[in-house]
Every structure is written in C-alpha cells, then in structure tokens.
Design a binder for this molecule. Structure first.
Ligand SMILES: Cc1ncc(COP(=O)(O)O)c(C=O)c1O
Length: 440
C-alpha cells in the first residue's frame, strides 16, 4: 500500500489492473472509487488466521461505510462494529443482523442509546453496547429501566465498559486515541466506580471491557501494554461479580509495505501472552477484535481525471485533479501520503510498472479541485499529463468514502466493486448534485 503510514512513502502495486481502472472511469465517470474484492478477501483471511474462532472479528464501519463493501465483508463472516444509528442502518442494509452488531463510540446520542434499548426490548438486541463514560452508563441504565429490561422475563441490555488504556500509541497524534489525555473511554478509577455502581441484576448487564489504542499502529508495544492493563482490570472486576466474560481489544492494525509494520499475527501473539499471564478462572472467554483499516485500505483506489496542468514559480508543475479533500481528506488531515499513479499520459494508456522504467517521470504537485489551498496530495513523480488524463490514487479503501464531504457542492463519488474475474459491479451510485432552490 502507499501512504497509509502517515507521512511515509510506500510503493506497492495497485490492487487492480490499470485497464480495469480505466474501464471503471469510462463506465462510471470520474472520480470513481474502486474496491478490489480479492484484496478484501485476502485481508479477511489474514485477520482470521491471526485471530481464529472463537475470537469474534468485527469490521469497523467507520473505515468504510459503502453497503456493498460491508456486505462482502459480512458474507466473509465478519460482524459489524458501528458508532451510530447511521452506521447501524448501513450494517443492516448490508445484511448483518443485530446479534452480530456492536455499538461503540464517543458520539452516541440519546437517540442512539434509545434505539439500542428499543432493539433489546423488541427481542433483537445488539451483541453489546460499549459504554464511553459514567454519564452515558447512567443514561442507558435509566432508559433500559424505563423500558422494563431486566424485569418480567425481559433480558437486560448487555454492555462493555470502555477503558482509556493510558498508553502512548506509536502512531500519528491524530490517530492515537488511547492516550491518558484523550477523550475516549474511562480511566481505571472511573471504570471501576461505574462497574461497582452497576448491580449484578438490573436493566444493564456488564459483560466485560472494551479498549482501542489507535489507528495505523507502527509497533505492538502500546497495544500490548493496553491489553495487559485491560486484562488486569478485567480480572480484578471479574473476581467480584458474576457474568463478566467479554474483552474487546479494538482495532488499529496497520497497513504498509511487508515488514515495515507489524502484521495482525504479531498483535495476536501479544494478546495470547497477555491472556496466559492472568489466572485461568479470571480470563475472558469471549474475545473480540474490530479492525477497520486493515480490512479495506489496500483494496481501494480512486480513479481521478486531470483538470489542469500548469507551471507555478517555486513549485514547477502543478496538476489539479477532479478528486481531492472532499473524496480523500487523509492527506490534509494527517499528512497521509497516498501514491498517485498515471493511468494515461497525453491521452495514451500507460502501464504504471512500465511508466516507472520508461516514461519520463518528473515531479508534480498534485492538488485537488476544492477551493482550499490545503487541498493537496503532495508531490509525485508522474509522466507528461494534460487535461483529461487519468490517474489512480492508491490505498484509499479506508477512511476515504466514509470521510467524504459535500463541500463546494460536490456529490459523493460512485463506488464500484472489482470482482475477481475482472468485472465491475456497481456498489453505490454517484450522489446527486443538489442545487439551491430559487429564492433560498
Ligand atoms: C473504538 C474503535 N474501534 C475500532 C476502530 C478501527 O480502527 P482501525 O481502522 O485503525 O482498525 C476505531 C477507529 O477509530 C475505533 O475508534
């Protein structure tokens, strides 16, 4: 993959043959997001090998909320991890039942919690709700009590409590959510107090703990420390109450050139060691992981078209594409580097591999089409380009479509799946351009 390492440069082949990407542009227009099914399958298989059953493996929809992508991952056996009713609805549209959906997230509203309570009252509970704070727990408990959960044959709503593991994740500050100062999760003190205030029998049933260290983790150390800390707290709490059996280690597995970042198997080794170090009778028996990026990042490509090529003093060649921060905000948000590769040069198809050897590559600053100077993907070596040429932006499968925005009145781009046999299937149509109503 290219550029998932924030600030780093990586050069890896595109997941799709260039002719299929040119075909996607011809059929669906540009910009267009293409997801290679073979790469989804390969990532899922690697994750499953590292965290085999009975580990629960969920896909975090925040990384990619395209229904067709979630449906493919669901069909491969992945559960869904969602942060809102919006993502929950997407998971359902993708065919994932409530029993395989977990709800977590710092932004849960009263409506989100109420929907979780209603689903439980209707006999279709989510697998669990991971609670962020004592306030959120109080609100959920009150709602669940009013709905009669935990009484008269109605099972309680099941929760995990999210621990802030207070570690220093080896990643970009913007992706490090497990720091002590971060807004996510509860401190050990808060969590212990919340757990002890929760009766063994009531409208809310505590099943375990949840944590997440950060995204695109460059090393396993902080993650290992967080899991150890979480398991130690789990063992302490489980000793004093019944029914605690679940432990969710979150996501965060990075993507990068082979050998440049730890694979899921390295994280799994650390988890096994941490589990072995606590007494068997206090070990969680239901273990879960919920990666996003690892499953989808490398499968995605955005195919974009060149709008302008100009010389700018101090920069040299500046290329403006029809895709930018509205389709992929990671370079602007985190300084992430995504490789930009020409698919045509002066109107003629080029093979990216051959282009590296043969064509005259020269640096060009690649900017997006949005009215912001920060709308830039940085400098890339590219052949001669003119208006209408096609480029591929690599490794856009994670935090691309799901972070897209409509600034400058830009519609969501179409999302298509590239099947193993090379066929392209529509995943999501281009959004509509919504004009102002006259007089408004
Ligand atoms: C709680 C939680 N779980 C899972 C994820 C998925 O992380 P990643 O895409 O790095 O695997 C995130 C990402 O922010 C998260 O906050």
């Amino acid at each position: 993959m290219a550029g998932q390492g924030v600030g780093g440069v990586a050069a890896v082949a595109l997941p799709a043959a260039p002719d299929r990407l040119r075909a996607a542009a011809a059929r669906f227009g540009t910009p267009v997001g293409v997801t290679a099914v073979a790469d989804l399958e390969a990532a899922e298989a690697e994750l499953r090998a590292a965290f085999p059953d009975p580990w629960l493996r969920a896909f975090s929809l925040k990384a990619n909320d395209v229904v067709a992508v979630v449906a493919r991952l669901g069909a491969l056996g992945l559960d869904a991890n969602v942060v809102s009713r919006g993502e929950w609805a997407t998971a359902r549209r993708a065919g994932v039942p409530n029993a395989r959906i977990t709800l977590e997230g710092i932004g849960k509203t009263a409506l989100d919690l109420r929907a979780a309570v209603r689903a439980a009252a209707d006999g279709e509970p989510l697998r669990w709700v991971a609670v962020e704070s004592p306030d959120e727990l109080d609100a959920l408990e009150a709602m669940a009590g009013r709905a009669g959960l935990g009484r008269a044959g109605r099972p309680p709503i099941e929760v995990l409590l999210r621990l802030n593991p207070a570690v220093t994740p080896e990643t970009h500050a913007g992706l490090a959510v497990g720091r002590e100062t971060s807004k996510f999760g509860m401190t050990e003190t808060e969590l212990t107090a919340a757990a002890s205030a929760l009766p063994d029998v009531g409208p809310v049933r505590l099943r375990g703990l949840h944590l997440h260290v950060g995204s695109q983790l460059g090393a396993v150390d902080a993650w290992r420390d967080a899991v150890r800390r979480g398991l130690a707290l789990f063992a302490l709490l489980a000793a004093g109450r019944s029914g605690m059996d679940s432990f969710d280690v979150g996501g965060g597995f990075p993507v990068g050139d082979p050998g440049s970042v730890p694979a899921p198997a390295r994280f799994a080794e650390e988890a096994a060691r941490a589990l072995a170090s606590i007494p068997a009778d206090r070990r969680p028996t239901r273990l879960a992981t919920e990666p996003g990026r690892f499953l989808v990042a490398r499968a995605g490509v955005i195919v974009a078209r060149v709008l302008h090529v100009r010389e700018r003093a101090g920069w040299g060649r500046v290329v403006v594409l029809d895709a930018g921060m509205t389709e992929l905000i990671r370079p602007m948000l985190y300084g992430a580097r995504h490789r930009v590769i020409a698919l045509t040069s002066l109107g003629v198809a080029v093979d990216p591999g051959a282009a590296v050897e043969g064509a005259n590559l020269a640096p060009a600053r690649v900017d997006g089409p949005v009215c912001e100077s920060t709308d830039s993907m940085g400098v890339h070596d590219l052949p001669a380009l003119r208006r209408g040429d096609l480029v591929a932006i690599a490794d856009t499968g994670a935090y691309g479509a799901s972070m897209a925005m409509s600034y400058n009145g830009r519609p969501a781009i179409p999302q298509v799946l590239l099947e193993r046999d090379g066929t392209l299937t529509g995943g999501r149509a281009r959004g509509r351009v919504v004009g102002r109503r006259s007089g408004s």
